[in-house]
Design a protein around this ligand. Sequence first.
Ligand SMILES: [Zn+2]
Length: 355
Amino acid sequence: MSRHKEFDFENLPRASKDIYELRMKAPDLTGLAGAVRTTCGDTITPDAISDAIAARLDGESLSIPVLAVKGASGAGKTLVTTAGVHGDEYEGMEAIYRTYEALDPSNLSGTFVAVPVVTLPAFWQATRANPVDGLNMARIFPGSPSGSMSERLAALMLEKVFRHADLYIDLHSSGRNNAMMTLVGYASLGRQAETARAAAECFGAPLIWEHPKVSPGRTLTETLKLEIPSLYTEARGGGAAHPDDVDCYTRGLANLVEFLGMAKLPAAGLEADYEPLRLCGDGDVDVSMKSGCSGLFFSDARVGMRVKQGELLGVIRDLDGTLLEEVRSPRDGVLVMFRTNPRIFAGEILVVVNA
Ligand SMILES: [Zn+2]
């Protein structure tokens, strides 16, 4: 049973604030229960997860919520934001809800469009990848209208949502297994570079990370092809939504609303004495330092600390206590990300150190 109108950017009414939905062909959930059983927590049954996803099924379609606010004049810029591209990253979701609640169409010049939980099945399973097809949504853009669920969802997001943006920000955090510095990142390439840099500077995150290139498959990879100034965020994560990070993202969205001349929200502004750390690098966590063995990782490192090449960052032990691996910094730099879940398999990310 349909609860909201289908999202159609071109026909959003002026002076409106409403919840819509993106509709896509319902995924086949029959294989989900088996896939979930091996990875979910011990109090959540596969049926509960399937039922939660099924609650947004309407006959043959799955609905993804979209929140949209359009100003009275119909003029102005469009800010598009997403969260939940990965299902275990929550800060952006709450920041989006707060921003939507704070926006008043009668005082808005422009349009705010937000998809708070992009990969619904991954949210209910609390996983990075989409359990329906096992794909990482942030590696498969632009997707395909005839592909698997993740690929179809990526294509739908591009067509129905992203391409309308004057500025796009994809709200991530480090997910259940890692910790990451709270940051805003942007790509310094193409004609959008200067606008993206200015937007990143006004967001208000403790770290601003400039990337001279963007790897294939990301949401930003495609928005940059459309020359849309594009940002993303990361935060401590660890399966939680730290209140400070939710506040940072909420303030950041308010700052972007103001940056685009759309409105002035109470949450806007910068912390007193705001002086971010600025880094430049490829920022691709896929090429981080990986574990060479499986076991138990312990580290007393903290994200944001400066480290020296060769400095001991942690150890990996076998379950009988045998030291398997000493984890040492690959270079001088800042510890941007590291593993917080002690159980680690060979090949999983240990640390990211940015020069
Ligand atoms: Zn993510």
